[in-house]
Design a protein around this ligand. Structure first.
Ligand SMILES: Cc1cc2nc3c(=O)[nH]c(=O)nc-3n(C[C@H](O)[C@H](O)[C@H](O)COP(=O)(O)OP(=O)(O)OC[C@H]3O[C@@H](n4cnc5c(N)ncnc54)[C@H](O)[C@@H]3O)c2cc1C
Length: 539
């Protein structure tokens, strides 16, 4: 067995590597260390289910995904598709989503984002016939930013001498774009304000409005999906299942219910972890996927953390947005309910910035936007696994501050006032769903609302944040890196790369690469690039 409950099967003492947190960043790092570094890796996850935001949760015969509603760039010829093959031993398969992967709804008008760059342009030109030039100029800018992006992150995989030379060059190139907000960069290009709102309609994917978000994160998200979107066949749980095989083959294991309370040091070096129950586990390599704030503020001793300079960098950079998610279950299939896999981004009419700010200050005001996702319509195995059923998620932005009065209560025991708040908000969220899918009215069999308190309870992310650190220009200026500043300790996940499963996955590559000190870059090239070439030839 390679996935065990820590409480029932506490692991013994020494490992080659310890990974704190089983988000996709941690799992990817663990699988790469296992596969290419011959390391016995112990993954420690505080939650009872592995996978971080890629885990699924089940209730009353239904299943919902938590933090992967779609993913781009995993087709069989892409580097990321290969990376997933490598870390899951080829176990993960991807279902192509409908050609219209995202539908942006602004009040009573709707606009389709269609897979394939040409289709993307033509579909928008149909809606905005006078804006072809603006759309093309916009994509030309996206191309420029995309070219400047990989080097900024990937140079960390290079050997130290080369790294020092390359770092200032790639950083300068990237920051000329990442220093701009979406608003600053795109307003001058996109003259039609409605088109601007459409092109920034995926801003929920990075949890910031155009006035706050860095152009870099916007570009990464838009270009990630532009050739089409995918969903894991069998649901997102297959990701943790696949990595478990690879980690297990290397003699490692994933432990759930395993909370780390401290990173152990000997002299200046990280040498292991202390668990919440006081047990110590040791390893030459420690990787934290718990996020930058938790690693430096909770897990490392204060004086050691301060010496790295990272807490100082963190001071101006807050957490990303929190959310509410209404999980819905139906006793008819997606097909019977007339659902398809297209995500709906439903915005309230009016100024987006004002709408978001008003709602953040007062949750009783109009909900500025809702993201509607239809997982049972995306996964072709859903009917086999849950015959006659369908699930939907409605996600809206939220503030941890709304829940202050319940902050010290326990999960499932937060009291009547909390339940009443949730019931009232759920009704408002359902109204939005029914406005878009009136056929669903009266058909909800099960509903459950998660709040930022639920997110904090399950992930340990203090502000209930969805995407790690906020993706402002300041975040990219601060530049959080896989090398932690403490020898033997490395960071994985979204905070050292960017948000999204793809970003966090790449954060895992950076951590494993840094831990193997340069060897991994060569190995990845050797193992993945020939694979790419071979597959391309077969095709
Ligand atoms: C609602 C929502 C929807 C999303 N939708 C999408 C989407 O459609 N597509 C997409 O690409 N991305 C999406 N994302 C973003 C994506 O899921 C995340 O960016 C990514 O999965 C983060 O991975 P990670 O490895 O950085 O961290 P996480 O997944 O946050 O994992 C960190 C893990 O560390 C564990 N941990 C923390 N502290 C400790 C400790 N002390 N001891 C042990 N374990 C610890 C936590 O429990 C957690 O499991 C979504 C996110 C959310 C929240």
């Amino acid at each position: 067995m390679t996935r065990l409950s820590y409480k029932q099967h506490p692991p013994d003492g020494d490992w080659d590597a310890i990974v704190i947190g089983s988000g996709i960043g941690g799992l990817c790092a663990a699988a790469l260390l296992s596969r290419y570094g011959n390391k016995r890796v112990c993954v420690l996850e505080r939650h009872s289910v592995a996978g971080g935001y890629t885990h699924v949760f089940k209730r009353r015969g239904y299943e919902w995904d938590v933090g992967i509603h779609y993913i781009g760039e995993v087709d069989e010829k892409s580097v990321m598709g290969h990376l997933f093959d490598v870390i899951t031993d080829g176990q993960i398969k991807w279902e192509t989503m409908p050609a219209c992967y995202d539908r942006i709804v602004l009040g009573d008008r709707s606009f389709d984002l269609v897979a394939g760059r040409k289709n993307f342009v033509e579909s928008l030109v149909r809606d905005f016939p006078d804006s072809r030039e603006d759309i093309e100029a916009y994509l030309a800018l996206m191309d420029k930013v995309s070219k400047a992006t990989p080097g900024y992150f990937a140079y960390q995989l290079l050997p130290i001498g080369v790294r020092q030379v390359v770092a200032p060059l790639v950083t300068r190139k990237f920051r000329q774009f990442s220093d701009q907000t979406v608003e600053e960069a795109l307003r001058p290009i996109i003259k039609d304000p409605v088109l601007f709102d459409v092109l920034t309609g995926q801003c929920g994917d990075y949890g910031l409005t155009p006035r706050e978000a860095s152009l870099a994160v916007h570009t990464m998200v838009v270009m990630h999906y532009i050739e089409g979107a995918y969903y894991p066949v069998g649901g997102p749980a297959t990701i943790a299942d696949g990595t478990e095989t690879v980690i297990g083959e290397g003699g490692g294991a994933i432990y759930t219910n395993a909370e780390v309370s401290e990173i152990l040091l000997e002299g200046k070096r990280a040498v292991g972890v202390r668990m919440a129950d006081g047990k110590e586990l040791r390893a030459k390599i420690v990787i934290s996927d718990a996020g930058v704030p938790a690693t430096y503020r909770k897990l490392l001793p204060k004086d050691v953390a301060e010496k790295t300079g990272v807490p100082a960098k963190l001071r101006g950079i807050g957490p990303s947005a929190a959310h509410l998610c209404l999980h819905l279950g139906f006793t008819e299939t997606a097909e019977e309910l007339g659902l398809d896999g297209t995500n709906i981004w439903a915005y309230a009419p009016g100024d987006r910035e004002e709408n978001f700010a008003r709602f953040a200050a007062d949750s009783k005001t109009t909900i500025p936007f809702a993201y509607l996702s239809f997982p049972s319509a995306k996964d072709p195995t859903f009917q086999e696994r849950y015959p006659g059923k369908a699930t939907i998620e409605i996600i809206i932005p939220a503030q941890m501050e709304w829940f202050e009065e319940w902050a010290d209560t326990k999960w499932k025991k937060r009291g009547d006032a909390y339940e009443a708040w949730k019931a009232a908000m759920s009704e408002r969220m359902l109204e939005i769903l029914f406005a878009h899918c009136p056929q669903l009215e009266g058909k909800v069999d099960y509903q459950e609302l998660s709040t930022p308190l639920s997110t904090r309870h399950f992930t340990g992310h203090e502000a209930g944040e969805m995407y790690g650190l906020t993706h402002t220009p300041e975040r990219f200026r601060a530049g959080f890196r896989a090398r932690s500043g403490v020898p033997g300790l490395f960071l994985a996940g979204a905070d050292v790369s960017s948000c999204g499963v793809a970003g966090a996955l790449f954060g895992g590559v950076l951590a494993a690469g840094a831990a193997l000190e340069g060897k991994l870059a060569g190995l990845i090239l050797r193992h993945i690039t020939p694979g790419l070439a071979a597959k391309a030839e077969e095709a």
